[in-house]
Design a binder for this molecule. Structure first.
Ligand SMILES: [Zn+2]
Length: 418
C-alpha cells in the first residue's frame, strides 16, 4: 500500500518542537528540556494541539505522558518515543519518533481515508531520567507504584517528583495505560546515537535487540596509612589494588567479548583521596552491555573470578556488589520483517539489522506487547549534545519506511480479523 508522507510538514513540526527549550550555539542549537519543566510542558501542550489537528483524541495524562488516541476501532498500532531531553541535549533524540507517529497518522488518513487504520501516538515522559528513567513508559505499562513516584526527586535540583507534577498542573489527572485489547504492537523510531550506520554507509537500522545492561560496584578494602613511613611490603593499598584489578579486567574481558559487547569503568574513588595518604578504601563502578544473555553471564563470571583471585592473592579485600541489571529486549521478528520489507522498497540494500546499544522506551513495552525499532543515522555518531543531527534526507526516509511498515502491519492484522 502506498502511503505518502509530507516531508516539509514533518520537518517543520520537528523544527517547531525544537523551539521549546532551544539552547546552545546559534549556528547549531540543541534543546534543554528536562521532564516537567515549563519548556517541556509548553511542548506537551503544543503536541496535544498537533495531535488534535491530526484527528486524534489527545491529552496529557497525570504523569505527563501525551497520548493521542485514534478514533478508529482497534486493534491499534502504538507509535511514539519521548520528547523530554537530556540537559544540553539534541533536537532529535526522542522527538523524531513522536513526530513520525504524528506524520504517519496524517499521511495514512490522507492516502487511504477509507481504511480507517487506527494508530495511537505517544510521547512518554522522562525517558531521560530527570526523575526516573523511562518513567512514562513504566507508568503506561503499570510497572511503577505511587510509592516509587512519591520517593523520586529531580536528580539535578532535588525537587520532589510529586511537587513537579503539581506545578505542571497534572495533579489528580488520570493515568493513561496500555490497553491490551486495543494495542497490538509498538513501533519506535529513534536516532542511532552511534556511528555504525554512518561508518558502514547504511541509512536505516532495523533493531534486532536492545542490549542488556549490568552494573556493579566493586569495593577494595585496605588500610589507611602514612605514605612516607609505611614500607611498600607492609602496605594494604586499596588504590593500587583497584588499578591492578582494572588492568586485569580490561585484559581478560577483551578475549571473551562478543562483537557488540562494551564495558566501562565509569567512576573510581579513592578514600581518603589525599596525596600523602595510602588509600584505605577504593571503589569503582563497572558496567557492561551486550544483546546476548550468554555474553552478559560470561562477563559476570569472569568478573567474579577476578574478584576471587584478587582475594586469594591479597593484600586487600575485594567485594563485588551488583547494583542494577536490565535484561536484553528482543524485538519482534514479524514486525522486523515488515520494517525490512519497507526498507527494501524505499532504500534497497541501504539498511541493516543491528542491536541498540542505548536503552529506549521500547524496552519497557517489550515485556507487554510485540515491539520494533527503526534507527536513522546520527551524523558523526553524536547524541546527548547540542551538535546532534541527522541528514534531512535520512529523516524523511526513516518516516517513509516507518509509514509503509505501519500500514502493512495494520493491513495484515485487519486481514487476520476478517
Ligand atoms: Zn532517546
Amino acid at each position: 500500500m502506498n502511503v505518502t508522507i509530507h516531508p516539509q510538514r514533518l520537518l517543520e513540526d520537528l523544527r517547531q518542537l525544537a523551539t521549546f527549550g532551544r539552547a546552545g550555539p546559534d549556528d547549531h542549537p540543541g534543546i534543554h528540556r528536562p521532564s516537567l519543566s515549563p519548556q517541556d510542558m509548553t511542548s506537551r501542550h503544543w503536541l496535544v494541539e498537533r495531535m488534535t489537528d491530526a484527528g486524534l483524541d489527545a491529552r496529557i495524562d497525570g504523569i505527563g505522558n501525551v497520548v493521542g488516541r485514534s478514533k478508529h476501532l482497534g486493534p491499534a498500532l502504538l507509535i511514539g518515543s519521548h520528547t523530554d531531553s537530556q540537559p544540553r541535549g539534541g533536537w532529535l533524540d526522542g522527538s523524531l519518533g513522536v513526530v513520525y507517529g504524528l506524520e504517519i497518522v496524517r499521511a495514512l488518513h490522507e492516502s487511504q481515508p477509507s481504511l480507517n487504520l487506527p494508530i495511537d501516538v505517544v510521547s512518554f515522559i522522562d525517558e531521560e531520567g530527570t526523575f526516573i528513567g523511562s518513567l512514562g513508559s513504566l507508568s503506561f505499562c503499570n510497572q511503577i507504584t505511587s510509592l516509587e513516584v512519591g520517593d523520586a526527586t529531580n536528580q539535578q535540583t532535588g525537587q520532589p517528583l510529586n511537587e513537579a507534577i503539581t506545578e505542571a498542573g497534572l495533579l489528580g489527572i488520570d493515568l493513561t495505560r496500555l490497553e491490551p485489547d486495543r494495542h497490538m504492537a509498538y513501533l519506535e523510531a529513534h536516532i542511532e546515537q552511534g556511528n555504525i550506520l554512518e561508518s558502514e554507509g547504511s541509512r536505516i537500522g532495523v533493531v534486532s535487540t536492545i542490549v542488556g545492561i549490568r552494573n556493579f560496584d566493586i569495593r577494595f578494602e585496605g588500610k589507611v596509612n602514612h605514605a612516607g613511613t609505611t614500607p611498600m611490603n607492609l602496605r594494604k593499598d586499596a588504590g593500587s589494588s583497584l588499578i591492578n584489578f582494572a588492568y586485569e579486567l580490561n585484559k581478560t574481558l577483551q578475549p571473551i567479548a562478543g562483537p557488540n559487547t562494551v564495558w566501562t569503568i565509569g567512576r573510581v574513588n579513592f578514600d581518603p583521596g589525599a596525596t600523602s595518604v595510602i588509600p584505605g578504601h577504593a571503589d569503582l563502578t563497572l558496567q557492561f552491555r551486550d544483546p546476548a544473555l550468554e555474553v552478559l553471564d560470561r562477563f559476570e563470571r569472569q568478573v567474579e573470578e577476578l574478584v576471587a583471585t584478587a582475594n586469594r592473592t591479597g593484600p586487600v579485600h575485594v567485594s563485588l556488589h551488583p547494583s542494577s541489571a536490565i535484561k536484553p529486549s528482543a524485538m519482534d521478528k514479524n514486525l522486523q520483517n515488515h520494517l525490512v520489507a519497507a526498507a527494501q522498497i524505499h532504500a534497497p540494500g541501504a539498511w541493516k539489522h543491528m542491536p541498540s546499544a542505548a536503552g529506549h522506551d521500547a524496552m519497557t513495552l517489550a515485556d507487554q506487547l510485540p515491539c520494533a525499532m527503526l534507527f536513522v543515522p546520527s551524523i558523526g555518531g553524536i547524541s546527548h549534545d547540542y551538535a546532534e543531527d541527522t541528514k534531512e534526507a535520512d529523516i524523511i526516509l526513516g518516516c517513509e519506511i516507518l509509514a509503509t511498515a505501519a500500514a502493512s502491519i495494520l493491513q495484515s492484522t485487519s486481514r487476520l480479523k476478517r
